[in-house]
Design a protein around this ligand. Structure first.
Ligand SMILES: [Ca+2]
Ligand SMILES: [Ca+2]
Ligand SMILES: [Ca+2]
Length: 389
């Protein structure tokens, strides 16, 4: 009886082994392909500087959609880069070439360090035996980044404190070289009806939101200095009193205080102004998945739609999406023009946080903003309210 059982198991194992061998063959075939990425400049800069449109020395990040694997390669002085040994997949490709201040001086007569060439449009590229070995990538001139960006989102809650989740925050960073003003800047939570599975990702014109707050002030009351992080806390208290592994947000710059709810109000911390949030006892963002935007748009011009308000995409300065499984880009809720990817992969009550990666740190810190949270963000622990890790 027992011998028979072992034989059956051995038989099954050998069948499984044969199947494995059969499946490995195409894998080996695709892994043997060398893809050549050819980077071409659409701005005329490279031609002016070097007599050729090829984008030399660009940095390229490829992230496979299915496996989430990341590869970093650098283009050579001919503007080409090769990669081999990878599986067939859709890849999120980000090619960046920062212009140096000296190069910009030659082109525009003025030194400036915030210009780069990047592939604005063709970000998702299929690499497979059928796609051909040579891939052309068109790059355009962009100002490196929005002057104001979301630098960190902490949303999951601390470990070891049950279902405590009142320590959420969002952080905004000024990476320009000028003093900016936060007055009336909008922070909105992108709306999705998770019960009915309705989202408005494909609306090309508007972000839909049911949670819209603005900074106080009427023009120049709340400056943010170059290189300054501004912390906006759900509750501006020392959360370690309630949850030892949480964060101290008592020195937050701003606080979301919901005046129609039993909410905490630290009188020393100025309150964000609620424009619209008809439910919940506090400002709330999803613990594992969600999306936030910052926008410059007059609150009294917001258009109502169903039970939401609409914020034009062209007024959005920055947007970030995070998901429990960042490889499932098909579930995105934010339009890819604002954020082509997603960060996250954080479980509830783990104390982990999402922070924008540093792109450059000479002079002042410049954070990575390719409008692609898959490559712009990293997961950190502990969270860093009001500062960088
Ligand atoms: Ca609050
Ligand atoms: Ca307050
Ligand atoms: Ca931080």
């Amino acid at each position: 009886m027992r011998l028979k059982y072992i034989n059956i198991v051995l038989l099954l194992l050998s069948i499984a082994g044969i199947n494995c061998n059969i499946e490995e063959m195409p894998v080996n075939e695709e892994r043997s392909i060398t893809y050549k990425l050819i980077l071409q400049d659409n701005s005329g800069y490279m031609s002016t500087l070097y007599g050729s449109n090829m984008v030399r020395n660009a940095e390229i990040i490829l992230r496979s959609k299915m496996q989430g694997k990341e590869y970093k390669i650098q283009a050579d002085s001919n503007g080409t880069a090769e990669i081999s040994g990878i599986l067939s997949d859709d890849y999120l490709v980000t090619a960046d070439r920062w212009m140096t201040a000296d190069e910009m001086k030659i082109i525009e007569g003025v030194s400036r360090g915030d210009i780069k060439l990047t592939n604005v449009n063709n970000r998702i590229i299929r690499l497979s035996p059928g796609s051909g070995n040579e891939i052309n990538i068109l790059m355009e001139r962009v100002i490196g980044s929005s002057p104001l960006v979301i630098s960190e989102i902490y949303a999951c809650g601390p470990p070891g404190a049950g279902l405590y989740y009142h320590d959420k925050y969002v952080e905004v960073y000024n990476q320009s070289d000028s003093i900016l003003y936060l007055d009336s800047l909008m922070i909105a939570v992108v709306y999705v009806n998770s019960y009915l599975g309705i989202h408005y990702r494909d609306d090309p014109d508007y972000v839909h939101s049911k949670s819209i707050w603005i900074f106080p002030g009427t023009g120049s009351d709340y400056p943010i200095m170059p290189g300054q992080f501004v912390l906006c806390a759900e509750d501006a208290i020392d959360h370690r009193i309630n949850a030892p592994n949480s964060v101290d947000l008592s020195a937050a710059d701003f606080e979301f205080y919901k005046d129609d709810a039993p909410d905490v109000d630290n009188p020393a911390v100025p309150n964000m102004i609620k424009i619209y949030q008809d439910s919940g006892n506090d400002w709330l963002i999803g613990g594992e998945k969600g999306s936030l935007i910052i926008a410059r748009y007059p609150a009294d011009s917001l258009k109502p739609y169903d039970d939401q308000f609409l914020i034009p995409y062209k007024s959005v300065l920055d947007g970030v999406e995070y998901m429990s499984d960042p490889t499932k880009l098909e579930n995105k809720i934010l339009n890819p023009s604002v954020d082509a990817g997603t960060t996250g992969g954080i479980q509830f009550y783990t104390g982990k946080s999402m922070e924008r990666i540093t792109a450059k740190s000479e002079d002042r810190r410049i954070l990575k903003d390719d409008n692609n949270s898959s490559v712009d963000f990293q997961i950190i622990q502990p969270a860093t309210p009001g500062e960088y890790h």
